[in-house]
Design a protein around this ligand. Structure first.
Ligand code: DGL
Length: 271
């Protein structure tokens, strides 16, 4: 038995981890943030795939049987290849899940017009992963998307709640909304973006829903464990959260305590 692995390029996935832990507090979690090589959002397919595979292998080496890619960019660029090509060679009994499919699945609970807006990193938007996943599930929906390259740095550098962030948030929200007057649901398809939620809400008309992924991924994890008792039985249950980072562990611990709302320390690792 071992913890559930949760991976992100840096701090962003902590927004997902927080909701998973809130919903499923009995399990153990091992979170890995590849802060030394973040951001992933502007990197090529091959680089994101290579980095993500290394991280997944590391979490497997720590015993994790289930790893959640709590990063849209990694889910968009690496998940499919890891699931379809790598797992069979590494260990067919282990599983890697992403955040895009569960988010796409729940859209029918939100939209009435079937016109969806997606905001994400350049990597996620250019991959068209959301367009493809939504088209598979809801072929009648229309998807409009826009990349927000400045939003992750605003969060990483602690500028998310500062007045300067308004400029970029307003600019990018308008760039999305001018693509269609019928958008009634916006997906924040990047784990960092919930930190900009209040600002985003300021520039999005009230009738449009803005979806964060934490709760969605938490419920899909619960559902997955329920449907897969053979995996559930491999997940240890002592209610602990361990944090790993490829960058400075003191800074990561401080940031994580802020993100998670409780005091945490982190350990440095090299991938
Ligand atoms: N956490 C990543 C995501 O959800 C964004 C951060 C990055 O660019 O590394 O897409």
């Amino acid at each position: 038995m071992a913890p559930i692995g949760v991976f992100d390029s840096g701090y962003g996935g902590l927004t997902i981890l927080k909701d998973i832990v809130n919903l499923l507090p009995e399990y153990d979690y091992l979170y890995l943030g590849d802060n030394a090589r973040a951001p992933y959002g502007t990197r090529s397919f091959d680089i994101v795939y290579g980095y993500t595979l290394q991280a997944v292998k590391y979490l497997f080496s720590q015993g994790c049987s289930l790893v959640i890619l709590a990063c849209n960019t990694a889910s968009a660029k690496a998940l499919r290849t890891i699931q379809q090509r790598d797992l069979i060679n590494i260990d067919p009994q282990r599983r890697v899940l992403g955040v895009i499919r569960p988010t796409a699945e729940c859209l029918s609970q939100y939209t009435k017009t079937g016109v969806i807006g997606v905001l994400g990193t350049p990597g996620t938007i250019r991959s068209h992963s959301y367009d493809m996943e939504i088209a598979k599930l809801y072929p009648e929906y229309h998807v409009f998307s826009h990349a927000c390259p400045m939003w992750v740095p605003l969060v990483e550098y602690g500028e998310a709640d500062k007045p300067g962030a308004d400029y970029f948030v307003q600019k990018d929200v308008e760039a999305l909304l001018t693509q269609s007057p019928d958008i009634d649901t916006i997906v924040l398809a990047c784990t960092h973006y919930p930190h900009l939620y209040d600002k985003i809400r300021k520039f999005v008309p009230q009738h449009i829903q803005v979806i964060c992924q934490g709760d969605i991924v938490a419920h899909s994890t619960k559902d997955y464990l329920h449907r897969h008792p053979e995996m559930e039985s491999k997940c240890s249950k002592s209610g602990t959260v361990q944090l790993l980072t490829t960058e400075d562990s003191t800074k990561f611990g401080e940031m994580a305590s802020l993100f998670l709302g409780t005091c945490h320390s982190a350990k440095h690792i090299i991938l």
